[in-house]
Design a protein around this ligand. Structure first.
Ligand SMILES: [Zn+2]
Length: 474
């Protein structure tokens, strides 16, 4: 999803629709016979903020924002800032780029229920408002999007108040009677293409490319030996066809073997961590050589059991406010918790998380490209917004990332993984998508939760986080 010239023009136009209406309108109304409009009208300067720009700590600086973009980053106290600008003093506050989620889902859940029947613009927007309130300003929805995906994406991306920017894979490409399992995922009007052979795979990818998807999603998983797995014939053809259309391919996997063959077949992104065994040197080397991206989604397994364990942070407002009332009630139900913890799958998920963490450490040390994702929104316990902050915490506490390294992954690296060159960094010419924090995220990664405000396309769109509540999602 490189930002081609056409896309950039559309972006600037949509930013101006949202942010630049006032002054031009007034000039027209008054016949423009009076003084020329103030060239700095609508310009905002955020003064004295401590900025981590997505690559490094800039210290205390002033951000100049014009027409939805960062125009300039000036030394704090600079005396040549735009005179007519609105000034906002952010002394003692911290600014990071809006987070980019490379692997999430939208419009798949409502309260404790899930399924494709929830794929409406209202529900997608409610999910994206929640991501946004939690500081995630770009979301890639990796498959299971309904047929209205393109229309909904256009509406959402034209108005920052409707939620985080949405990109994604349309329905995606899965396996007949296999992953993603239609019954478990509640797919009644199944949006997933399920080709049986190479010719079908090419046709499915072509149709999705023509419908305007941003990338192609494949599911290559035998679901613990319980389902047929997409054959190499099918995924090789799908990858080839996607690349013919200049589309990235992200593959859902669980195990090492399909991951290794997908990398050898030219897949661009491994969209979940490898969770059956240690990743060995051959695959690490192959990923480095090919520049393959890797999204661990540590949260995906942990979310299956951690809330039933009632960790002491279960009742923190930061998590509680992200939950629809029905989910809160479920998690407080002792019999639900007992059933969950007694389920043999719980131990499987614990083991999977341990392997996932170890493999992520190996890949970090080796310098493989790492992106950021959580699978939030696919099921009700994968909580949009909260999942991303928990993912950062797991990366730092259990996979050896420094807070700065984790922030790079969740901002600039996550943007680059999807070929975005207009976001993920707070630099001149990039989108003014950022999060204002009251505590230093470089001192403690959990401080990414201290959200005072979220800005998208140069507008304050949410915050503080204490004011958010998830009722719109119940
Ligand atoms: Zn997913």
């Amino acid at each position: 999803m490189s930002r081609r010239p056409g896309a950039l023009v559309a972006l600037v136009a949509s930013v101006c629709l949202a942010a630049c209406s006032g002054p031009a309108q007034n000039a027209a109304d008054t016949g423009a016979s009076s003084a020329a409009p103030d060239p700095d009208s609508g310009v905002i300067v955020i003064d004295n903020a401590r900025v981590f720009d997505g690559a490094r700590d800039l210290g205390e600086v002033s951000l100049v924002i014009r027409d939805g973009l960062i125009e300039r980053i000036a030394e704090a106290g600079a005396n040549d800032l735009p005179e007519g600008a609105e000034r906002i003093d952010h002394r003692d506050l911290f600014v990071i780029p809006g987070l980019v989620n490379d692997h999430a889902h939208v419009g798949n859940t409502r309260g404790t229920a899930h399924g494709d029947r929830f794929y409406t613009q209202d529900q997608v927007s409610a999910d994206l408002r929640q991501f946004q309130a939690y500081g995630i300003t770009t979301v890639a929805s990796l498959g299971m999007n309904g047929s209205a995906f393109g229309e909904i994406r256009a509406a959402i991306n034209a108005d920052p108040m409707l939620g985080a920017q949405l990109y994604g894979a349309g329905g995606g490409v899965g396996t007949p009677d296999g992953a993603p399992p239609a019954a478990n995922m509640g797919l009644s009007d199944d949006p997933v293409a399920r080709p049986a052979d190479a010719e079908g795979a090419r046709a499915a990818v072509r149709a999705q490319a023509e419908s305007g998807v941003d990338l192609i999603k494949l599911w290559v998983d035998d679901l613990g030996g319980k389902s047929p797995q997409m054959t190499p014939e099918v995924y090789k053809a799908a990858i080839e066809e996607a690349h013919r259309h200049d589309l990235l391919v992200a593959a859902h996997i669980h195990d090492l073997a399909p991951a290794a063959d997908l990398v050898a077949s030219g897949v661009d992104i491994i969209a979940h961590g490898i969770r059956d065994q240690a990743i060995g040197a051959p695959l690490v080397d192959a990923m480095k050589a090919a520049g393959t991206g890797y999204i661990a989604t540590l949260q995906i397994d942990e979310a299956n059991y951690i809330y039933a364990e009632q960790p002491d942070w279960l009742d923190t407002p930061f998590l509680r406010n992200a939950l629809p009332a029905s989910v809160r009630a479920q998690w407080s139900d002792a019999s639900w918790r007992e059933r969950k913890l007694a389920d043999p799958a719980t131990q499987t998920h614990r083991d999977a998380l341990a392997v996932n963490l170890a493999n992520l450490s190996t890949l970090r040390e080796a310098g493989v490209r790492i992106g950021f994702g959580t699978d939030a929104g696919a099921l009700p316990h994968r909580v949009p917004g909260f999942a991303e902050h928990r993912e950062l915490e797991l990366m730092v506490d259990q996979a050896g990332f420094s807070p700065a390294q984790a922030l790079v992954v969740a901002t600039s690296a996550a943007a680059q993984l999807l070929r975005f060159d207009d976001r993920g960094l707070l630099q001149p010419g990039k989108r003014a998508d950022f999060v204002v924090l009251s505590a230093d995220p470089l001192a403690d990664i959990r401080n990414t939760r201290s959200i005072e405000a979220v800005w998208q396309a140069g507008r304050k769109v949410a915050g503080p986080i204490a004011d958010y509540d998830a009722q719109a999602r119940d």
